[in-house]
Design a protein around this ligand. Structure first.
Ligand code: SAM
Length: 275
């Protein structure tokens, strides 16, 4: 696709293939060639890189990635768009198109992930990305969600996803993106996020237990931790009175607990789990 006028090109393709945009599938197509250029720059795509794109749409970003990378895997769930992609990208022999739901597919091994993601799957997709091996991910999210990835304890944006990211990656908000960068424009502002995996900042003895406790805690972020812990113990058939010796952390509001403090709580619960 020519980058001179992405808006006109996008309209032309939508008309040519008679595509009705499906907003429920998060179909907002990138029409800012400057933003496209910056995404590629942020990802520092090298000729040796293999790249994954989730939600390829009409192939605008896919083509720009394919010009720089060794290989691009591009996933698209919408069959009609998938057929458009096959035509639009037929001149590239380094693009592998994959039809399917990004949440259900096993991702190929890649160095970089660059995607303007469907906002409706932001949370599960982020957890999935965090579980992978990769060097760098450049992702456009809805701004409100992007803020949750980099939130500080005690703030309204701090939650389960913040802790998941904090434990596994460095996250940086690189720029805010106005809705006019996409067609049709989404109702909300967006933001570019850079994720780089990092070694965990503290040791978790049992990751599954840690994230399960986090899930329980953040069901009630504004209540005291002990409230959710009681529910958690009940769900496991563990007697609540075993918690007598537990620390003052249980008296803190969930939202005010740092990831490390949550880990301390998990360490108190762990021996009870084993009994
Ligand atoms: N990459 C294109 C661009 O930048 O113009 C399109 C981005 S659009 C925000 C998101 C795309 O993800 C849409 O094409 C949509 O059909 C696709 N999509 C939605 N849900 C998906 C899923 N679960 N798995 C894979 N693709 C999905």
């Amino acid at each position: 696709m020519s980058k001179d006028n992405l808006f006109l090109e996008t309209i032309k393709i939508l008309r040519e293939y008679n595509i009705k945009v499906n907003k429920r599938k998060g179909q907002h197509f990138l029409i800012s060639s400057n933003l496209l250029k910056r995404e590629i720059e942020y990802a520092e795509i090298k000729p040796s890189d293999t790249v994954l794109e989730i939600g390829a749409g009409l192939g605008t970003l896919t083509a720009a990635l394919a010009e720089k990378a060794k290989k691009v895997f591009a996933i698209e769930k919408d069959r009609k768009l998938f057929n458009v992609l096959k035509n639009q990208l037929s001149s590239f022999n380094n693009v592998e198109l994959i039809l399917g739901d990004a949440l259900k597919l096993e991702f190929p091994a890649v160095q970089k992930i660059v995607s303007n993601i469907p906002y409706s799957i932001s949370s599960p997709l982020t957890f999935k990305i965090l579980s992978l091996k990769y060097e760098k991910a450049v992702l456009i999210y809805q701004l409100e969600f992007a803020k949750r990835l980099i939130a500080k304890p005690g703030t309204k944006d701090y939650g389960r996803i913040t802790i998941g990211v904090y434990y596994k990656a460095d996250a940086k908000l690189l720029e805010r993106v106005p809705s006019k960068a996409f067609y049709p424009p989404p109702k909300v502002e967006s933001a570019v996020i850079l994720l780089r995996p990092k070694p965990p900042p503290f040791e978790i003895s049992n990751e599954n237990l840690f994230f399960e406790v986090v899930r329980f805690l953040f069901m009630h972020p504004n209540k005291k931790a002990k409230h959710s812990i009681k529910h958690y113990l009940k769900s496991k058939d563990i007697e609540i009175n075993k918690l007598e010796s537990a620390s003052e952390l249980f008296e803190k509001k969930v939202r005010d607990l740092t990831p490390m403090e949550i880990n301390k709580i998990v360490n108190v619960l762990m021996p009870l789990e084993k009994e």
